[in-house]
Design a protein around this ligand. Structure first.
Ligand code: ATP
Length: 210
C-alpha cells in the first residue's frame, strides 16, 4: 500500500525544523511520497500571513532537495478557509488505496481537538507528531485527555527550537537590509530561502521591495 505523508503549514517562512521533520517522517514512516501543503487562509493563526505566492515559492525552494517530496498548491488555490479535512478528502479521492500520514508539531497536537472535523481527520489519516521544545502541553497530557489520539505516532525528531515567529522577529529587529550572505539566518532557514527573503525584503520592519 502506498504511504503518503501530508505536511501542512503556513511556511511563513519554511525553516530548518520543517525540513528536519519532513526528512525524519520520510525515513521513519517509510513514506513513498510526502506532500508539503502551504495553507491558503490560516483560520487558526491570529495574524495575516505573507502573500501566498511568497510562501509557495519559499516552500518550493526549501524542500526542493528532498527526495519524494512535492509542494502541493491546492490549499492556496482553494477559496475560503484551509481545512485539513477537505484536503485529506480530496487526496484520498485521488488515491483511494493509499495510507495517509498527517505530520504535525506538538503545538498542533495540543490544539488538535479544535481543528475542524478532527474526528474525521483521524478516520482518514494517522497523526504523526514531532515534539516542540517549550510547548504548553506535553504530548503525553494531550494523549491522556484524548483517547482517540492515542494511535498517533511519535516522530523521532530531536527537539528543535526554531520557529517561523522567531525568524520573522529576528528579521524585523535587524537594522538595515539583511546581508545577502545571510549570516543572520544561517542555521535557521535553507540558504535559498534566506536569499529569497532578502531579495523580496520579507519580514523587515520596512520592506525594501513589494
Ligand atoms: P509560527 O511560529 O508562525 O507559528 P511555525 O514555526 O509553527 O510558525 P508553521 O508553518 O506554522 O511553522 O508549522 C507547520 C508545521 O510544522 C506545524 O505542524 C508545526 O507544529 C510544525 N513545526 C514548526 N516548527 C517546528 C519545530 N521546531 N519542531 C517541530 N514541529 C515544528
Amino acid at each position: 500500500m502506498k504511504r503518503v505523508g501530508v505536511f501542512g503549514g503556513a511556511f511563513d517562512p519554511p525553516h530548518n525544523a520543517h525540513l528536519a521533520l519532513a526528512q525524519t517522517a520520510i525515513d521513519q514512516l517509510q513514506l513513498d511520497e510526502l506532500k508539503i501543503i502551504p495553507t491558503g487562509y490560516a483560520w487558526h493563526k491570529d495574524r495575516p500571513l505573507s502573500a501566498a505566492e511568497h510562501r509557495l515559492k519559499m516552500a518550493q525552494l526549501a524542500f526542493r532537495g528532498l527526495d519524494r517530496v512535492s509542494v502541493d498548491e491546492r490549499e492556496i488555490k482553494r477559496d475560503g478557509h484551509s481545512y485539513t479535512i477537505d484536503t485529506l478528502v480530496a487526496l484520498q479521492a485521488e488515491d483511494p488505496e493509499a495510507a495517509f500520514f498527517l505530520l504535525i508539531g506538538g503545538d498542533q497536537l495540543a490544539a488538535f481537538t479544535g481543528w475542524h472535523r478532527w474526528q474525521d481527520i483521524l478516520s482518514r489519516a494517522t497523526v504523526c507528531v514531532a515534539e516542540r521544545p517549550l510547548q504548553a502541553s506535553a504530548p503525553a497530557d494531550v494523549l491522556t485527555q484524548t483517547p482517540a489520539l492515542r494511535q498517533s505516532i511519535h516522530l523521532q525528531l530531536p527537539p528543535m527550537t526554531v520557529s517561523a515567529t522567531a525568524i520573522r522577529q529576528l528579521i524585523a529587529s535587524h537594522t538595515g537590509p539583511l546581508n545577502t550572505s545571510q549570516p543572520d539566518l544561517a542555521g535557521l532557514v535553507p540558504d535559498a530561502v534566506a536569499r529569497y527573503i532578502s531579495l523580496h525584503g520579507l519580514y523587515q520592519a520596512r520592506p525594501t521591495s513589494p
